[in-house]
Design a protein around this ligand. Structure first.
Ligand SMILES: NS(=O)(=O)c1ccc(Cc2ccc([N+](=O)[O-])cc2)cc1
Ligand SMILES: [Zn+2]
Length: 259
């Protein structure tokens, strides 16, 4: 549905889209499986999340986001393409108004109804997340595709909290939650150098895109679509289609951890 994406690129949210000049490593991209290069030096990704570092869930007016205490190396990832460990800062999702689209990345032009992003920053080269945003490879984002299928019990705890954060800037305490439950069991991933997919669009992200999607059911996707972009009291605008259009691959190679 490239025409859709072209129209989307002109969406008010993305007016700046056409003005981001000079970008050579923008995200998201379409991952062409046959053009990806198997890299035998890529290690397995190691994930150690401490569920007690989970702080709260909030509606930031663009997605819903779960924030973590990143004041110590308690919830970290390492291995994979990474030279050191990275701290989990937050995770959020992107989704469509209908199941036919919603993810930011695509695989061989296949789009998924939603995509999870787990955002990490490099505590070795930066002193805070905000600093790491401006650092070359200061951030690592793990992308996980969501596909329509079985009920996801782990996700349901998140979904049950969504009515409490329906409006922009709403926030609710969200204690013990282990985002590892949102990770597919298959270790395979692609990795490439890219950017944030929302302003400030900085080119500081090492992307790790999991090959295998997780399954969620129709009711769970519908709950995402009940959220609002708008604050309480404003005319309601449903929070849907909060994904960025595809960006050119330019001079980049996508590596795979699997043959
Ligand atoms: N969608 S994504 O590329 O995973 C993504 C990850 C994190 C962020 C959060 C964010 C990153 C930077 C800023 N900033 O510098 O103002 C504000 C918000 C924005 C977007
Ligand atoms: Zn995102």
């Amino acid at each position: 549905c490239s025409s859709y994406r072209l129209r989307d690129a002109l969406h008010p949210l993305w007016q700046s889209e056409l003005s981001v000049s000079g970008g050579t490593r923008q995200s998201p991209i379409n991952i062409q499986w046959r053009d990806s290069v198997y890299d035998p030096h890529l290690k397995p990704l190691k994930i150690h999340y401490d569920p007690t570092t989970c702080l709260y869930i909030w509606n930031n007016g663009y997605s819903f986001q779960v924030e973590f205490d990143d004041s110590a190396d308690k919830s970290v990832i390492m291995g994979g393409p990474l030279e050191n460990h990275y701290r989990l800062k937050q995770f959020h999702f992107h989704w469509g108004a209908i199941n036919e689209w919603g993810s930011e990345h695509m695989v061989d032009s296949k789009v998924y109804p939603a995509e999870l992003h787990l955002v990490h920053w490099n505590p070795v080269t930066s002193t805070s997340f905000e600093d790491a945003v401006m650092e070359n490879n200061g951030l690592v984002v793990i992308g996980v595709f969501l596909k329509l299928g079985a009920h996801h019990a782990g996700l349901q705890k998140l979904v049950d909290a969504l009515p409490a954060v329906r409006h922009k800037d709403a926030i609710v305490e969200f204690d013990v939650f282990d985002p590892s439950c949102l990770m597919p069991s298959c270790p395979d991933y692609w990795t490439y150098d890219g950017s944030l997919t929302t302003p400030p669009l900085t080119e500081s992200v090492t992307w790790i895109i999991k090959k295998t999607p997780i399954e969620v059911d129709q009711n769970q996707l519908e709950e995402f679509r009940m959220l609002l972009f708008t604050s309480a009291g404003e005319e309601e605008k449903r929070m849907v289609d909060n994904f960025r259009p595809l960006q050119p691959l330019m001079n980049r190679t996508v590596r795979s951890s699997f043959r």
